[in-house]
Design a binder for this molecule. Structure first.
Ligand SMILES: Cc1cc2nc3c(=O)[nH]c(=O)nc-3n(C[C@H](O)[C@H](O)[C@H](O)COP(=O)(O)OP(=O)(O)OC[C@H]3O[C@@H](n4cnc5c(N)ncnc54)[C@H](O)[C@@H]3O)c2cc1C
Length: 408
């Protein structure tokens, strides 16, 4: 009897390619790192202490050419791709992760979404000022009663009235909300039709009826401004509808995939900084007459941090590369939906583990509010909550894995 199987067993999974940065991409990361260290790091402590928003930062980021990485030059962007945009976030997050969060909400959630889904007239009107950093963008999806079930439970409505839509409702936890000039808002235009009755609107914040109801005080990412926004008979011209009426769900879903791909490099930048700080502290802090790095249990923590960091780097870049191939109008389903959810889930859980070890290595210093490692530690929990929680990410992954499973 032959031991050789007659048929090769079928593989059930695809194993996508690995990815490495090329010279140009490494240069983009270096430039973002230099800008982050020289221009953004000096702002970080005060932003964290006072929840201070430095008004000059966005125009400076715009002047340095870091906004609009994914937007063509004719609209004021840099005409690069999603990988470059991710590398900018990674470089910034090493030095000022709160600013990086504001940047991703502005550049990816708002500007890139308008670029991908807006008309040429909308692109020409809004993108140049967003790309220069003269105007600040935000995205409003989450509501007080609609978080993980953002689409199904959405209550904000937009009712057509002549050549305007009238918005009523509230959005909560909106990054950049208190300082935004332009908010991309999702609202129900056909409330009877569930997720198929949602549309997207560009709402300039000087529109009568728009109000910042409250600025929210956070445990981390404190310099990044967060608000509850209210719309009370807020009339926006019909030309501010993004894409077709009732077709907002496609914009939300594909936008969320790209957002998830972009949150991973923020996790990576924070993890790199936490690792550097911990490696340095372990070699300079002395106990029992020696650097603590000479103790095997501290070495074990450093080794674990290193492995976590490097696995996270590989996965983050691979998924950014996959995200960069997502055509306009695609995403929100299939492999990319699963992969982006997996990447951000892993990166967020991993950066939390890395910070736990980092604070442990720092001992009492790490528990003190004003230490840098503490600032990072207080921030990382958000990465398991924003852009869909860890549980929602698991639901997406399992949903895709099991989509062909016979039901019942
Ligand atoms: C600092 C910050 C910035 C943010 N920025 C923005 C922004 O710019 N724009 C925006 O639109 N939103 C933003 N958000 C909102 C964010 O996306 C939501 O907080 C997130 O989607 C979770 O919603 P929720 O807070 O209502 O939690 P809930 O949905 O109430 O969830 C509470 C818990 O229940 C779990 N849960 C819920 N449903 C299920 C289920 N079916 N199965 C298993 N577990 C479940 C969740 O995983 C979680 O653990 C931000 C949030 C924060 C904190």
């Amino acid at each position: 009897m032959s031991l050789v199987q007659e048929e090769t067993p079928k593989m059930t999974a695809n194993y996508p390619e690995t990815f490495e940065l090329d010279a140009e991409q490494r240069e983009i990361l270096n430039q973002a790192d230099r800008f982050g260290r020289n221009e953004l790091f000096p702002l970080a402590q005060r932003m964290d202490d006072e929840e201070w928003w430095p008004d000059t930062a966005f125009p400076a980021i715009g002047d340095a050419g870091f906004f609009g990485a994914t937007i063509p030059e004719e609209f004021g962007g840099a005409g690069m791709d999603l990988i470059s945009a991710g590398l900018v976030l990674q470089g910034f997050s090493r030095w000022n992760h709160a600013m990086a969060l504001s940047v991703v909400a502005h550049d990816n959630l708002c500007a890139n979404n308008i670029y991908r889904n807006g008309s040429d007239a909308q692109r020409a009107k809004y993108l140049p000022d967003l790309c220069s950093g003269r105007k600040i963008g935000a995205l409003g999806l989450t509501e007080p009663g609609a978080g993980s079930d953002a689409l199904g439970s959405m209550r904000t409505v937009a009712k057509k009235d002549g050549d305007h839509y009238v918005l009523n409702g509230a959005k909560i936890y909106i990054t950049n909300g208190p300082v935004a000039d332009i908010v991309l808002v999702y609202a129900k235009t056909d409330p009877e039709n569930g997720a198929q009755g949602i549309s997207a609107f560009i709402v300039p914040t000087d529109t009568p009826g728009f109000k910042v109801a409250q600025k929210l005080v956070k445990m981390g990412y404190r310099g990044s401004q967060t608000a509850e926004l209210v719309f009370e008979d807020c009339r926006v011209p019909a030309e501010n509808l993004v894409g077709a009426e009732n077709k907002g769900v496609g914009i939300v879903m594909s936008g969320l995939d790209l957002e998830r791909a972009m949150i991973s490099p923020i996790c990576l930048g924070i993890a790199e900084r936490a690792f550097d700080l911990s490696l340095d502290y372990a070699q300079t802090r002395r106990q029992f007459g020696k650097p603590i790095a000479s103790f095997q249990m501290v070495q074990s923590m450093l080794a674990e941090m290193y492995v976590l960091l490097e696995t996270m780097r590989t996965f983050t870049y691979r998924v950014l590369a996959a995200g960069a191939k997502v055509e306009i109008g695609a995403g929100g389903r299939g492999d990319i939906h699963k992969l982006t959810a997996a990447s951000v889930m892993y990166a967020a859980q991993t950066v939390n583990k890395i910070l736990d070890l980092g604070v442990q290595i720092h001992g009492g210093t790490g528990y003190i509010w004003e230490s840098e490692i503490n600032r990072l530690f207080r921030s990382t929990k958000l990465l398991e909550i924003g852009a869909g929680t860890t549980e929602v990410r698991k639901m997406i992954i399992a949903g895709e894995l099991l989509k062909d499973m016979p039901r019942g």
